[in-house]
Design a protein around this ligand. Structure first.
Ligand code: C5P
Length: 413
């Protein structure tokens, strides 16, 4: 299982001998499914070539702050926005000092100032430089700002000395990055997510379906797992690798999805219905492949059960979140569905114009009874994490209201 699937990691390399280990780190990050972009300080390029890191990361390496060509393609602000997390490995004493002082004198330092992404610093330096009070003060300042420090390890150093200041091994760094993305906001909470399209067969080789890729639902399941939830993903047929630490139930038709969701409903606290369930199925499924005819044919369709509504109207429903893909009147249609389907929340997205169904990006308007929030165009992984933040807040609020409701008083005698 890949622990960093589609996570956008900006790897910053500063100029120390341990920079050679960044090549291995880049490979390990990609093995875990991460998308890696490398930014090097000028000194780092003296230790390892940008070409090596370009080949390993699969992306051009960025080194210059004032590079007109780079700014036209992906400039420093775009890079800062692109990253889900920035990892500086190795971080030299000099880079740590620059970071601690908020300098913006090269591309990497500027990015660190311009980003809102979490920053992970992996120091590597001579043991005496590490112990120096100046470095220790800088480290303390970074930690006070919420920057995560990974390492350093202790042991034999390239300079021949022994002590603290060794870069953590690539595997240790990868494990720490995976762990740092996890929160415990939904620890112990059972979350069921439905994803992907369904297929409604007309005969053994033909079916009705839709353009859903399943990416949004998979991203939501991943975000729930990162938040510490126990996640069950009920998925229609898609070409995606399931996220790590998620239980997967594969289905094909709306009827199978209906049965699977209902069977799990009693043992879930939150249900997020991201699947694009077919609204209609053929009244009859031919036993054998239908023969081509000279004239047209009439296909009689019947409605499929509305799974989401059924779950939301159970006697003890989980916290229910629906999705609404719309090509027009986004806000009105979504608000109407929120009420009609008795939901706790709905996430509406406009489909078409390169957004929505079969795209990496999306934009969401999230509505709940009495409130709303817009999530601007972003990668589905990022949006899913933002959506999960809203779900956590609303779920907690609803749970606390339920626990504070006065107990029913029996007045029968
Ligand atoms: O009414 P509409 O199909 O637009 O509603 C979309 C929402 O309802 C989605 O959350 C989808 O997963 C869910 N749905 C369902 N069962 C259906 C159709 C849609 O659960 N048969």
């Amino acid at each position: 299982m890949q622990t960093l699937a589609n996570k956008r990691i900006l790897l910053g390399i500063s100029g120390g001998i341990a920079a050679y280990k960044s090549a291995e780190l880049t490979r390990r990050l990609r093995d875990q499914g991460a998308l890696v972009r490398v930014v090097m300080t000028p000194a780092a390029t003296e230790f390892i070539t940008p070409l090596t890191l370009q080949a390993l990361s699969g992306n051009p390496v960025h080194t210059e702050l004032l590079d007109h060509a780079a700014e036209a393609a992906m400039g420093h602000i775009e890079l800062a926005r692109w990253a889900d997390v920035i990892v500086i490995a190795p971080a030299t004493a000099n880079f740590i000092a620059r970071l601690s002082n908020g300098l913006a004198d090269d591309l990497l330092a500027t990015l660190c100032l311009a980003t809102t992404a979490p920053l992970l610093v992996v120091p590597a330096m001579n043991q005496q430089m590490w112990r120096n009070p100046a470095t220790q003060e800088n480290i303390a300042r970074l930690q006070a700002r919420g920057i995560t420090l990974l390492g350093p390890a202790s042991g034999a150093q390239a300079c021949g000395e022994t002590g603290p200041g060794r870069l953590l091994e690539p595997d240790e760094i990868v494990a720490a990055i995976s762990a740092a993305g996890r929160t415990n906001q939904l620890a112990g909470v059972r979350v069921m997510v439905s994803a992907g399209p369904t297929r409604e067969f007309i005969d053994p080789v033909r079916y009705l379906s839709n353009c859903s890729s399943g990416r949004m639902g998979y991203a939501v399941a991943r975000a729930a797992a990162e938040a510490g939830a126990l996640v069950t993903l009920i998925t229609g047929p898609v070409a995606l690798t399931p996220p790590a630490r998620v239980r997967v139930i594969e289905v094909v038709s709306a009827e199978q999805m209906h049965a699977a969701v209902l069977a799990e409903a009693a043992s879930c606290d939150i249900f997020i219905s991201a699947a694009a369930v077919a609204d209609y199925r053929s009244r009859q499924t031919a036993l054998h492949k239908m023969k081509k005819q000279d004239t047209g044919i009439v296909l009689r369709l019947e409605k499929t059960p509305d799974i989401l509504s059924e779950i939301a109207t159970l006697a003890r429903p989980p916290f229910t979140v629906g999705f609404a893909a719309e090509t027009e009147n986004l806000s009105d249609n979504a608000k109407q569905k929120l009420v009609q389907k008795n939901l706790d929340m709905i996430a509406a997205n406009r489909v078409g114009d390169g957004l929505g169904f079969d795209s990496d990006k999306n934009a969401l308007e999230v509505y709940w009874p009495g409130g709303s929030q817009s999530l601007g165009t972003a990668a589905k992984e990022k949006l899913a994490r933002q959506l999960m933040g809203i779900i956590v807040a609303r779920y907690r609020e609803k749970s606390s209201q339920q626990t504070h409701e006065p107990a029913a008083i029996d007045v029968s005698d």
